[in-house]
Design a protein around this ligand. Structure first.
Ligand code: ADP
Length: 771
């Protein structure tokens, strides 16, 4: 009974009852019994959609509202989830609980969060807040880690692991609550966090897993349902049709964005026939909203599918698109959503049936297909069944042969998820985290570092410390050679540069690449050093080569230093490990090799030789990214870019944001090192931020203007923000295609005294041009 929970504010039981929650689910009751509302540490390993969020809320509310009330921090794995979770917690604002989301820049201390009671952030953001000494960290009394099984992720897991260890070291009394999907070794996580364990398989709605093969659905309880596939349709379409006949919706997981788009297009042919007139009308309205968000092919494809009752969902979509799709699916307007596995990571979109169509996915490291983990497949499957709405959920894999039917039962239906393992003992992870650990004062010697590392899951899971020590020593050497750390005997200290790198949240290797590239440019007198030289022997023997040392004897001409070009700077940041690569497709290699030679003088740092195939290929894929950014900063149409590089609009935005951050960091580093190229870096950054050529930067930075409007205003003779305050209103209105509201907004944002467009007739500016 929800009125008998100790430690939570008095208003909570009434509130929960209003929300239709009369009694706790069994795992929730276990969590309360284990003391989650009385400060106890807890690991809850329970299936998807079994009420983990309420466990977190109980812990946070008791921490926030109690006697020595402090703050609660909720750590999410994805930025997209941060706002979703925060919206959920905003239900408590009526009781005076303030909720804040910390997203955005990695280099600030988020001071405004000090007024909040519940703060939602990604682990990267929390890590950076710790590095920037956010004061309020000391006031935390509860931290919740959502999807904690992701500590297993090689890329991002170590950040979560180290961040939890740091928060717990900073604040001995901190309550730690970790929420996990069902895994086999939740007890090890509990050991690590000194926590009570709730390990449960309970689900609020029955889930049947199974495999479709031939004309039948084989379920794990041994039963079979006839599910006929017609000649003209795919197995997936048959399942969608069968589910719709029973008025249910289907979530289809596929292995790539392209497949998600193609499947949605095809399945809308199936769902279309099941829509009634009202649904058709509402879906058409949603399609129009989707087209309004952005004027791209992806947007169009999505809108087309939505009109037919189907949609795709992947990380390349704009955020507004994503929320429109999720909402329409929850409202049962959309009958099918085809998604890449990112959706399984926590976006709350349950449906009657889940089809895991692709259980293999392209693996960049091997170049072949690799099976998904059991944990991932079970998480996708766990989305099946909506409590209170569906009688049960069904999750289905697809088999092409009898052998595959058996294999899928063995591999996924009957299998237990893999154990979660720490991925901390890897070079990129330790390179970054060791520097930050020293820079923010968690350790000041090799011994101190090893002691700190005792607080990690890695230490809990590995009795043998050899591997961790070996990688640690190697990375300390790396940080030393690159002047990020200084060693005095056993003592360690971050250099000024090291502090900056840590605060900027850069991978030290990115910082080294940027610094070396900029130094090389300055040294060469503004002319690129050109092709690779003989490596320096000392650097070689230390095990590392530094581009700056490679180029040290360059003796470039002593002419005046030209600032580096935007392309050169985009390429510099594109080749750092902090930028995701664009893959080279067939034909790309030739195209970009040619481009590399054409623009050879613009690159910062030496180009690797073509004989070093791997390095050269990386260099070329960075060039592909750099040219995408250059296109964007040259006002090339968004559609043309998505076509040319086979990416979605969300990808362009992602690349642009990363570039802004990295160039911002490059600016700080160049400033710190007293280099001359700071203005050139700033210009390249603002150009990419707004997606415009240099002459439009000022105009495009006025809120509400954007790249296209800036160009039209400019061509009509309005060239700066100041011009906007003086310009003839008729011309402004003409350039803004007669949109009065927009024009008023723009003028107001530019600081004009009287922005009203009352009675203004738009001038016919076509043909005015840039004369
Ligand atoms: P998880 O985080 O475990 O994936 P959620 O916390 O999103 O799952 O819970 C799934 C759904 O169950 C939510 O819609 C939530 O409101 C509902 N729910 C949670 N606890 C209860 C309860 N005790 N009684 C009824 N519904 C509940």
């Amino acid at each position: 009974d929800v009125s008998a929970i100790p430690g939570v504010p008095g208003w909570l039981s009434g509130h929960l009852q209003d929300e239709g929650i009369e009694a706790l689910y069994p795992p929730q009751a276990e969590a309360v019994e284990a003391g989650v509302t009385e400060g106890a540490n807890l690991v809850a390993s329970v299936p998807t959609a079994s009420g983990k969020t309420l466990v977190a809320e109980l812990a946070m509310l008791s921490a926030v509202a109690g006697e020595e009330s402090g703050k609660a921090l909720y750590i999410v794995p994805l930025r997209a989830l941060a706002s979703e979770k925060a919206e959920e917690f905003e239900q408590f604002e009526e009781y005076g609980i303030e909720v804040g989301v910390s997203t955005g820049n990695y280099d600030s201390d988020g001071g405004w969060l000090a007024d909040k009671d519940i703060i939602v952030a990604t682990s990267e953001k929390v890590d950076s807040l710790v590095r920037n000494d956010a004061d309020w960290i000391a006031e935390l009394s509860c931290v919740v880690a959502d999807e904690v099984h992701l500590v297993d992720d090689g890329q991002r897991g170590p950040t979560l692991e180290v961040t939890l260890a740091k928060l717990r070291q900073l604040n001995a009394g901190l309550q730690t609550v970790a929420l996990s999907a069902t895994i086999g070794n939740a007890d090890e996580l509990a050991d690590w966090l000194d926590a009570e364990l709730v390990d449960s398989n309970w689900r609020p709605i029955e889930l049947q897993k199974g495999v479709h093969y031939g004309q039948a659905l084989h379920l794990e309880d041994g039963s079979q349902q006839r599910l006929e596939v017609r000649n003209s349709e795919s197995e997936t379409a048959a399942i969608v049709r069968d589910t719709l006949a029973d008025d249910g919706s289907t979530l289809v997981f596929v292995n790539s964005r392209r497949n998600a788009e193609a499947a949605a297009r095809r399945l809308s042919g199936t769902t279309r026939d099941f829509l009634d007139a009202d649904e058709r009308e509402t879906l058409a309205e949603i399609a129009a909203e989707i087209r309004d968000v952005s004027d791209t092919e992806t947007s169009d494809d999505l809108a087309d599918a939505v009109e037919g009752g189907a949609a795709f969902h992947h990380a390349g979509l704009a955020n507004d698109h994503r929320s429109l799709i999720e909402e329409a699916f929850r409202d049962r307007l959309l009958k099918v959503v085809c998604a890449t596995p990112t959706l399984a990571a926590g976006v709350n979109t349950p449906s009657r049936r889940v089809v895991v169509r692709d259980w293999r996915r392209y693996d960049g490291s091997t170049g072949g297909m690799a099976p998904l983990s059991v944990l991932e497949v079970h998480q996708m499957m766990g989305r099946a069944g909506r409590p209170g709405l569906d009688p049960y959920g069904e999750a289905v894999l697809l088999a092409n042969s009898h052998d595959e039917l058996d294999e899928l039962f063995e591999r996924y239906v009957w299998a237990d998820p893999e154990p979660v393992r720490s991925k901390l003992a890897a070079e990129p992870a330790l390179r970054t985290h060791l520097l930050a650990t020293v820079a923010s004062g968690f350790a000041s010697s090799r011994e101190g570092i090893l002691e700190f590392l005792e607080r990690t899951l890695h230490a809990t899971q590995n009795a043998d410390r050899n591997e961790l020590e070996r990688v640690t020593d190697r990375m300390l050497d790396y940080l030393d050679v690159n002047d990020f750390l200084e060693r005095d005997g056993d003592q360690l200290q971050a250099t000024g540069l090291g502090h900056t790198v840590s605060r900027l949240y850069l991978d030290p290797m990115s910082a080294a690449e940027i610094i070396d590239g900029l130094r090389d440019w300055e040294r060469a007198g503004g002319q690129s050093a050109g092709r690779e030289r003989e490596p320096d022997e000392d650097a070689e023997s230390a095990g590392f080569t530094r581009a700056s040392e490679l180029a040290a004897d360059d003796g470039g001409d002593d002419g005046p230093r030209e600032p580096p070009s935007a392309l050169g700077l985009y390429h510099l940041v594109a080749r750092t490990p902090d930028m995701y690569e664009l893959y080279l497709r067939s034909g790309d290699e030739e195209e970009y090799t040619q481009l590399a030679y054409e623009r050879e003088t613009e690159f910062l740092g030496p180009m690797p030789s073509e004989y070093e195939e791997d390095r050269f290929e990386d260099w070329l894929s960075a060039l592909k990214t750099a040219r995408l950014l250059e296109d964007w900063a040259s006002e090339i149409d968004e559609n043309e870019i998505t076509d040319r590089y086979a990416v979605g609009p969300g990808d362009i935005r992602g690349k642009v944001e990363t570039t802004q951050w990295l160039l911002g960091a490059a600016e700080s580093l160049a400033g710190e090192l007293g280099m001359d190229c700071v203005p050139a870096i700033r210009e390249a950054r603002t150009r990419v931020e707004h997606g415009v050529k240099s002459e439009l930067v000022d105009l495009a930075s006025v809120r509400g203007v954007g790249r296209k409007r800036a160009r039209r205003l400019y061509d009509a003779g309005i060239r700066t923000r100041a011009d906007l305050r003086e310009a003839e209103k008729a011309v402004v209105l003409g350039a803004l295609r007669g949109r009065e509201k927009t024009a008023e907004n723009v003028l107001e944002n530019a600081g004009r005294e009287d922005p009203s467009m009352d009675g203004v007739e738009p001038a016919d500016i076509d043909g005015v041009g840039a004369t």
